[in-house]
Design a protein around this ligand. Structure first.
Ligand code: M5T
Ligand code: MG
Length: 620
């Protein structure tokens, strides 16, 4: 199971206090909606109290009617029934008021729920998700090297949801709980002070238990998210790599791996639920205990003649029940606190990741570039301590084709990656038309570079849309022209719907050579002054190679082109060839020059010529 390294090693940045502060700031951003939701819950609370009070009064009216020596009913809110009303009239009126109160409460509960959902799902979640997505899109490559796509997906989905839980599940519910408890407490205190204290004494152990479990739960949630990342990783890798999996008959292996992960997540989840399933009943038991105290101590008080047995006591019992119910809610809130802290840390980690390659404060927007490129003492490594390019210096004149040759792992792709500034060099600088790349506006600069990678990613979209990926306003004519230039037009026309054929996921229904030519068309459509080709003919047969090479010859005209290739067919046409060995520039010259100098290029040339001769002989 791949474990996900933390984005920030600096854990102090995510102390509980700091996380809480940021979550509160998030809630503050939506304060109007929060207040609205809170106001509704307070009205609901007051209505509930009114209902209880009316019930108590109704009971006293009945008792008094049956037994005139009992305490006379105290009417609430300064209301007095007209003198000519019989007790039946009064009770009917009170009952109607209770029903009206219940109806109003239902309506308000509905609006409360709607308000809260609009706040959480309609505002907070989309806002967070949008922020996260645009951050992820802007992050530099290194981020994606370190983090599996699954961890990123999970953060974007589940963790965003659990982060918003802090607003509705913690702040709103918590405030609601506090206000409710305070109101009930005062109300109960007014009815009978000592009984209130006795009944509420159970809240102390309740708070302690809650504190204990709350701390116990958090690491569990963190572990759970990490394990879940791993599980989704196994799954998504198997889907993306299904060809390899099947090709190596590795299905049962993968299934076993998934099962292991699956079980790990399950047992971890069970552990959390086990904790919860002990915790929740304890809180419920303690709340029930307060009712027992009410009966025992309340009964004793009655026997002592210190409280009457009337509506007041019914109201008291009702309040107590709701009070302890609210306190028992503590367990849910505590659980939500831990869940949202865990999740928000994972969300904030992404939001806090510095974008390594970024515009400086005052970037230059280049007009159309000429394409004079200079590498000046460039040293670069994916990990700073192990450079893969060492003190590299060369110049490419506008319009030149620069071939790059070297053994696998020599650093060719890495060199190409520095040109669009996917990474910044650790030492030295790269200049385009005399300007340091770091001073240019990244987007404007990159738009002037066409790239064809070793393996091209195609989107599940039409052929035309794939070609127009970098130039969304291109006309059909321009798209076809680019396709022709990449010798892709003919095979595209042979597809079932021509340019409107939708490609399967990852373009699975095209051959390697076809994919490369689509990618080339995509690059050419930009009309870029700089063209980067990373071994575009690596995966094609000789005939297609020939086609691509002649297409390229045309395509590279008038552009500064950097072509990585191992086949001489492409390199021969380069104005200059750079030979790399373990990240160093060891030879430089034209094909004709290099073919006559002893060195790696000559070795490769001889080998390829020998191969060619052998093939010709065996064909003859
Ligand atoms: C040069 C390492 C790689 C190798 C060295 C692209 C990439 C490479 N490397 C990383 O650590 N992370 C990366 O994202 O850098 O690799 P290269 O530049 O890819 O070599 P190449 O293009 O000449 O090789 P090839 O096989 O494409 O001909 O040590 O591990
Ligand atoms: Mg490469």
């Amino acid at each position: 199971m791949s474990d996900t390294p933390s984005l920030h090693t600096d854990e102090s940045r995510y102390s509980t206090a700091k996380l809480l502060r940021r979550l509160l700031a998030l809630a503050w951003q939506f304060r109007v909606d929060c207040l609205l939701s809170l106001a509704l819950s307070i009205i609901l609370l007051l209505l509930g109290l009114v209902g209880l009070q009316l019930l108590g009064t109704a009971i006293d009216v009945i008792r008094h009617a049956l037994d005139p020596t009992a305490v006379p009913p105290a009417y609430p809110f300064g209301w007095k029934p007209p003198a000519n009303w019989s007790p039946l009239h009064v009770v009917t009126a009170l009952s109607l008021a209770i029903v009206a109160q219940a109806v109003l409460r239902s309506v308000l509960t509905y609006s409360y729920n709607m308000t809260t959902v609009r706040l959480t799902q309609g505002k907070i979640v989309p806002e967070l998700r949008g922020k996260l997505y645009s951050k992820i899109q802007r992050l530099s490559f290194r981020f994606f090297e370190v983090h599996g796509s699954s961890s990123i997906f999970n953060r974007l989905t589940g963790d965003v949801q659990n982060t918003r839980l802090f607003v509705d599940g913690v702040i709103l519910q918590g405030l609601n709980m506090l206000i409710t408890l305070a109101a009930y407490f005062l109300y109960m205190w007014k009815i009978q002070a000592s009984l209130t204290l006795a009944c509420l004494s159970v809240t102390i152990p309740l708070a302690l238990v809650t504190h204990y479990y709350s701390n116990r739960l958090r690491p569990g949630y963190q572990k759970n998210r990490d394990l879940y990342d791993g599980l989704v990783e196994v799954f998504s890798q198997s889907v993306l790599g299904i060809q390899t999996v099947k090709g190596f008959a590795a299905e049962s292996d993968r299934i076993k791996k998934f099962e292991t992960g699956n079980r790990a997540v399950a047992s971890q989840q069970q552990k959390i639920f086990w904790d919860l399933s002990v915790f929740t009943p304890i809180t419920h038991f303690l709340s029930q205990l307060s009712l027992v105290i009410l009966f025992a101590y309340g009964g004793w008080l009655y026997v002592q003649g210190r409280i009457p047995l009337g509506g007041g006591l019914v109201v008291f019992a009702g309040l107590l029940q709701q009070f302890t119910g609210q306190v028992a809610n503590l367990s849910t809130i505590a659980n939500s606190v831990q869940q949202s802290l865990t999740a928000s840390k994972r969300v904030f980690e992404v939001l806090d990741t510095p974008i390594e390659v970024e515009n400086n404060s005052n970037p230059v927007k280049p007009s159309r570039l000429k394409g004079n490129l200079v590498f000046d003492g460039v040293t670069f490594g994916y990990v700073p301590q192990t450079p893969v390019l060492k003190n590299l210096s060369f110049t490419a004149q506008s319009g030149q084709v620069i071939g790059i040759f070297g053994m696998t792992g020599a650093g060719k792709t890495s060199l190409l990656g520095l040109i669009p500034r996917f990474y910044d060099p650790q030492q030295g600088r790269i200049l385009i038309d005399g300007m340091d790349l770091r001073d240019l506006d990244l987007d404007e600069y990159r738009r002037q570079i066409g790239i064809v990678y070793q393996e091209s990613f195609l989107f599940s979209n039409t052929v035309a849309a794939n070609i127009a990926f970098g130039s969304p306003y291109a006309t059909q004519d321009q798209i076809e022209q680019a396709a022709r230039a990449a010798s892709a037009h003919d095979f595209i026309m042979a597809l079932p719907k021509g340019y409107n054929t939708v490609l399967g996921e990852s373009g699975a229904d095209l051959s390697g050579g076809q994919r490369q030519r689509l990618a080339l068309a995509r690059a050419l459509l930009l009309q870029p002054p700089i063209l980067i080709l990373d071994d575009p003919t690596a995966s094609v047969d000789a005939k297609t190679e020939h086609e691509i090479v002649s297409a390229l010859r045309h395509a590279m005209e008038g552009r500064t082109a950097f072509v990585v290739a191992n086949r001489l067919s492409l390199l021969r046409r380069a104005d200059r060839i750079l030979v790399l060995e373990e990240g160093r520039l060891v030879q430089e010259g034209t094909h004709d020059q290099l073919a006559h100098i002893h060195g790696p290029y000559q070795d490769a040339a001889v080998l390829q010529l020998m191969d060619l001769a052998r093939e010709e002989r065996s064909a003859a």
